[in-house]
Ligand binder design. Sequence first.
Ligand code: NIG
Ligand code: FE
Length: 387
Amino acid sequence: MSTLIHNIGELVTNEPELGEGPLGLLRDAALVIEDGQVAWVGPASAAPAADESHDAGGRAALPGFVDSHAHLVFAGERAEEFAARMSGQPYKAGGIRTTVARTREASDDELRANVRRLVDEMARQGTTTVECKSGYGLTVDQEERAVRIAGEFADEVTFLGAHVVPSEYGDDTQGYVRLVSGEMMAACAPHARWVDAFCERGAFDADQTREVLEAGIKAGLTPRLHANQLGHGPGVRLAVELGAAAADHCTFLSDDDVAALADSETVATLLPGVEFSTRQPYPDARRLIDAGATVALATDCNPGSCYSSSMAFCIAVGVRDMKLTPAEAVWSATAGGAKALRRTDVGHLAVGARGDVLVLDAPSYIHLAYRPGVPQVAAVFKAGHRV
Ligand code: NIG
Ligand code: FE
C-alpha cells in the first residue's frame, strides 16, 4: 500500500542534505509513503505513481510532532488549582498528590479512556509520537498498572515512580525511595524503556534521585530527568553524569549546567506550557543553543503544571518568549524530540523514516509561530495512515 502526498509548497525534511538550511526545506515537493515508511521524497515534477494520492494544495508539510514529555495516565483535573495560581498562589509539587488520590480510585477503563482521549487530541493537532509517564499511582500495583496502560497508547513509556513521596509515607522519603528502586522497579521496568524522577526541593534530592536512576539502569532502563524546574539544583548535572537521554524543564540553569549540557549527548527538553501555566520565568533557549546544547520542545501535558497537548502552542511560546527562531522551534518540536527519545525513525522525512507527516493549512512552517492559537492542521498521517 503506497500513498503519494503531492503539491507540497514547502516541505520540512529536517535533512540538510535534502534541502535548504538545517530544516532541509524543499519547495514544490512530493513524498511517497509505502508500508508505513517514507519510500521517496523529492521534487513534485519527478514524483512516482502510488496506490493513493493526497493533494496538499501548495501548503506546507513537516514531520509529525514528537512530544517527548507527557503525563497522561491520570483521573480528574485541577482547574481550581490553576485558577488559584492565576490569582497569585505559587505552583507546588504537592498538587501532584491530589491527582494521585483521584487516579488510585479510577478503574483501568477510566484511565484507558483518559489516555486515549489525550493521545487522540494530540494526533488531531499533528503529534505522531508520544512519550507517556507513570507517576500518579505511587504504589507497586498502581504504578505497574500505569506503565501497562501507557504502553497501550504511547510510543514511549517512562516509569516515574519517583514523582513525589505519597502521603502514606509521611517524612519517610528514604523508605519510599527503597520501594521505588526495589519492588516497584522490578514490577514496572518490563513495561517501560525509560526511568525518570522529579529531582527538586520538595520531591527527591540528588542522592535519592541517583539511587532511583541507578536502579533503573540496572533494570535495563535509560534515564531521563525532571530537573531544575522550580529552582537551581543538582538535577541537570546528575542527568548528564548518568548519561540521561534528556534533562527536562531546565528553567533555572547555572553557567555550569549549560556547559554540562553543551558538552553532552543529553538533550535539554524545554516545556514552555509549564511556565505559561505556572507563571514561572521561561527558560532561555537561546542561551542553550548558543552554547551548543541540543534543545527539544515538548508539552508536559498533565493536569497540574500544564494541561495543554498543543505542540503548536509550545512552538509559538518558544519563539515569542524563549528566543528561538521559528526554524529552531519547529526543529526542536520534531527532530529535537526524536533525539530526546533516541529515535532515528521519527522527527525527519528521509527514505526509511516512519511516514509521519503533518500537512499545515498554511504556506509555511513559520505560520505555526506567526498565527498562535489558530488551528492550522490540514491533514495528519501516522505511518502513512490518515489520522
Ligand atoms: O512535569 N514536575 C513534576 N511533574 C509534572 C507536574 C505534575 C503535576 O503537577 O501534576 C511536571 O511539571
Ligand atoms: Fe513532567
